[in-house]
Design a protein around this ligand. Structure first.
Ligand code: UDP
Ligand code: MG
Length: 332
């Protein structure tokens, strides 16, 4: 038998979780018929939700033995949720998918057909449209991918998603990258392996709202650039060199001018402009350095990527022991 673990990071997903569970059960049940060698395990990660997500996990764990969950002590972000899921998955294959049905479970049989014979190590979807997304957001997204692919050696495919069907070998490779600043689009691509892309039209969220604001996405894209490229550092040195060259040229011109026309106090505005420009450039470059330094600082602390507060094991044990206590009390 082959075990498939389905990892689902969730943050405030009470509205969509019941729909998701019904859908995933339908698909995995029919897959078990089509491929009798498959067994499934569902590993939900509660990323510090403030709604009833954890209660839903508990009730799912009550009725379905294949349901496992990890609940974080606070919100650590989707990247940490995925890492926790991959780390705790027991499967020979691991699927990572969103809870909001934007990653349609109906793709799972096709994805499995690519990885089952070892031809591919990973099957993933790639959305070819950004339907349902604002124009500005799509424009920024496209710009991000084009800049990223120019300045980083790691190729990041436009439209590639975190919906992945992976072999154990690839999962172990991803887990070996235990960095704190996680940018999974880069990590998935950095580890290599044979990846099969399935193209599809974007679908909108089944229920609930996205946790990503425009500003959040913008910050995330900067994180991505810094995690997988050191080009900004090179750009800042280049800016330094260019401004030195300009200063040198201006110096020569000034000397020649003074020799030819004598000294004058004219040129005060130019001086001010140059001072402003150069100090601006210096601060900009120091800022870039500072950003990389702060990332290094966080990495060097070796903080855990997530902290677990509750798992289905803890929950089931607690429930069993309270049931035992009750029967013991009844028997007295
Ligand atoms: N998510 C999470 N932690 C967060 C934010 C989101 O685990 O801090 C989960 C969320 O529950 C969903 C997935 O990540 O399953 C994708 O989130 P969302 O749908 O909000 O993002 P979008 O599809 O808009 O990129
Ligand atoms: Mg979504």
């Amino acid at each position: 038998m082959k075990l498939v673990t389905i990892v689902v990071p969730c943050y405030n997903e009470e509205e969509v979780l019941p729909l998701f569970y019904d859908e995933i059960i339908k698909v995995t049940d029919s897959m078990s018929v089509q491929y009798p060698e498959l067994e499934f395990e569902f590993l939900f990660v509660n990323d510090g939700s403030k709604d009833k997500t954890l209660e839903i996990f508990r009730s799912l764990a009550d009725k379905d033995k294949r349901v496992r969950y990890i609940s974080f002590s606070r919100n650590f972000g989707k990247e940490s949720g995925m890492y926790a899921g991959l780390q705790n998955a027991k499967g020979d294959y691991v699927v990572v998918m969103d809870a909001d049905l934007q990653h349609p479970p109906a793709f799972l049989p096709e994805m499995y057909s690519y990885v089952k014979d070892g031809e591919y190590d990973c099957a993933t979807t790639r959305r070819v449209s950004r339907k349902g997304e604002s124009k500005i957001r799509s424009w920024f997204a496209r710009k991000f991918y084009s800049i990223m692919n120019k300045i980083s050696q790691t190729e990041i495919v436009d439209g590639a998603q975190d919906f992945r069907f992976m072999t154990r070998q690839m999962v172990d490779a991803i887990l070996s990258m235990s960095e704190y600043n996680r940018f999974s689009k880069g990590i998935f691509s950095w580890v290599g392996f044979n990846v099969r892309y399935i193209e599809y039209e974007n679908v909108e969220r089944a229920a609930g709202t996205t946790a990503w604001s425009f500003w959040g996405l913008f910050k995330y894209s900067l994180e991505g650039i810094m995690a997988f490229s050191t080009a900004p550092l090179a750009i800042s040195s280049l800016l330094g060199i260019i401004s030195c060259l300009i200063a040198f040229i201006v110096m020569i011109i000034t000397v020649i001018k003074t020799l030819a026309f004598g000294e004058s106090v004219a040129g005060y505005p130019t001086t001010i402009c140059v001072i402003f420009l150069l100090s601006g450039l210096q601060l900009f470059c120091t800022g870039i350095l500072g950003q990389y330094l702060s990332k290094t600082y966080l990495e060097s602390k070796k903080r855990p990527i997530y902290i677990t507060k509750e798992t289905e094991e803890i929950y089931r044990n607690k429930k069993n022991s309270s049931a035992d206590n009750k029967t013991a009390a009844d028997n007295k």
